[in-house]
Design a protein around this ligand. Structure first.
Ligand code: NDP
Length: 500
């Protein structure tokens, strides 16, 4: 599935994105009429002025969500009913994938190729997979004596707030919405301020698919206002958040200072890509190394920016990674030849460039790239060598197209440096020895370890972090849906009509 640049531009010129908040089945302006601009980072052009949802808008969405939850139109609907609606939503996303992908690309600076893949394949897969899970998730019967029957039933948890990041806007909406809706919860989505447009279009498609009014609201807005109002709302039961560790911590505070809502956190990372001395240094490995750092312009929580390469291989590795980095084409996100689009905002571009500056100042050797250019927020992928574990760029999340090589001596040193991080989201390990792979995987403190390839897993596998990368909550897999279900014990005292 692809679009030529001309086709993408033609779709772009015909778009008229919805900019109002979606509350209780209809679109409306913010209660005070306020808006904020969403900008195309590839051109600097303002795409639209979008409703800045206020605290009263959050209240209105929560009241509608609770009413719908309590009346049972969605929460107590037969699971096969929810399944049919979510399957239809998957179909509608597929049907509108080109329009959605172009909209996403314009709003985020992501490449059209990635947007088409995420929206044409992954987003519908998530809705479909959780639709199928909706009528296959069972409770239990506990072991008791004959005088009792103990049923452990699963019930939807209530009203949930889903606070999203900008790096995979519609995909993250699907990661969180699909399991929450499949579980029967009423959902309130706050997209990131940089990328609100596709979530608003998704709301229209969800309404068309049959998601009842109130079971889904989409509230564009800013973090400190709209996001905080969701975090502090006394009638929201769960918030699932993806974003920075700093804001994740705010949500814990909001919960503590309001109703002790459950907070699920998926946050940043500083993930290692470990190449042991027996790894097969083939083209496949180099491709994984480059993609793990540069995919989505490095704006990825699981980016494997810290590449710990055995000293015996490091020279060859660096040479080949440089050659691959030079082959990335950075530019117009709507061009299918582009492999890295724009950084999401000029501010974020500056942030990434300041890390590149720190890398140089602290003595890392810049081997290629690292230049910013415009118009638009572009950065050539940078490869640094001679990183040491204490450098700023070895420790802090950059969230840009920067790959750093740290030479290591043997498996134990690789493990020790890899573990020395406050984050714990992801790691990749390359070795031909399965025992060493398992040894490393067991000892790396992170939620996903991929062996001989860079991967976050797929819809079936839980994704989330250890340490400051996350809480015990997980996106994806059956575990994600369980987070939106609560168990209830029904303890039945049975009468004893007499011995059999
Ligand atoms: P944030 O953590 O600031 O934003 C994530 C979401 O939280 C957005 O919807 C945001 O709204 C909202 N938010 C922001 N501030 C508050 C607040 N005070 N109260 C409630 N909600 C709030 O991430 P950024 O987008 O600013 O990115 C900063 C850094 O975070 C990145 O450089 C990267 O290091 C990391 N990050 C990690 C991601 C991941 O996948 N784990 C994804 C995105 C970022 P608004 O958009 O209005 O700010």
């Amino acid at each position: 599935m692809s679009l030529t640049k001309a086709q993408a531009q033609k779709i772009a010129s015909g778009l008229k994105p919805e900019t109002r908040a979606f509350i209780a089945g209809s679109f409306r302006d913010a209660s005070d009429g306020a808006t904020f601009a969403t900008i195309n980072p590839a051109t600097g052009e303002t795409l639209a002025h979008v409703a800045h949802s206020t605290g009263s808008d959050v209240d209105r969405a929560v009241v509608a969500a609770r009413r719908t939850f309590d009346d049972g139109a969605w929460s107590r609907a037969a699971p096969e009913g929810r399944k049919a609606v979510l399957l239809k939503l998957a179909d509608l996303v597929r049907e509108h994938r080109e329009e959605l992908a172009v909209l996403e690309s314009l709003d985020s600076g992501k490449t059209i190729t990635d947007c088409l893949h995420e929206i044409g394949n992954e987003v519908p897969t998530f809705f479909q997979w959780y639709a199928e899970l909706a009528d296959k998730s069972f409770g239990k019967v506990a072991p008791t004596g004959e005088e009792n029957l103990a049923l452990i039933v699963k019930e939807p948890a209530g009203v949930v707030g889903l606070v999203l990041p900008w790096n995979f806007p519609l995909l993250m909406a699907a990661w969180k919405l699909a399991p929450a809706l499949a579980a029967g919860c009423s959902c309130i989505v706050k997209p990131a301020e940089q990328t609100p447009l596709t979530a608003l279009r998704l709301a229209e498609l969800a309404r068309e698919a049959g998601v009842p009014d109130g079971a889904l609201s989409v509230l564009p807005g800013l973090g400190e206002t709209t996001g905080q109002a969701i975090g502090r709302h006394p009638d929201i039961d769960i918030v699932s958040f993806t974003g920075s560790t700093e804001v994740g911590a705010y949500f814990l505070r909001y919960a503590g200072e309001s109703n002790l809502k459950v907070i699920g956190l998926e946050m940043g990372g500083k993930s290692p890509f470990i190449v042991l001395d027996d790894a097969d240094l083939n083209d496949d490995l180099i491709e994984h190394a480059a993609m793990s750092a540069f995919w989505n312009g490095g704006q990825n929580c699981s980016a494997n920016m810290r590449q710990l390469v055995d000293a015996t291989l490091v020279e060859d590795f660096a040479e080949r990674v440089i050659a691959r980095a030079k082959n990335f084409f950075v530019g117009d996100p709507l061009d299918p030849e582009t492999s890295i689009g724009a950084m999401v905002t000029a501010e974020h571009q500056d942030r990434v460039m300041s890390y590149i500056g720190k890398g140089k100042a602290e003595g890392a050797r810049l081997l290629t790239g690292g230049d910013a250019f415009g118009p638009g927020c572009f950065i050539q992928p940078a490869v640094f060598a001679d990183l040491t574990p204490d450098m700023t760029i070895s420790r802090e999340e950059i969230f840009g197209p920067v790959l750093g090589i740290l030479p290591v001596k043997g498996m134990d040193e690789a493990l020790q440096i890899a573990r020395d991080s406050e984050y714990g989201l992801h790691a990749s390990v390359f070795t031909r020895d399965i025992d060493r792979a398992i040894h490393m995987a067991r000892r790396l403190p992170c939620g996903t370890v991929s062996v001989n390839g860079f991967s976050e897993g797929n819809v079936t596998t839980p994704f989330g972090g250890y340490r400051k990368s996350g809480s015990l909550s997980r996106d994806n897999g059956a575990e994600a849906m369980d987070q939106y279900l609560q168990t209830k014990t029904i303890w039945i005292c049975t009468s004893q009509p007499g011995a059999a």
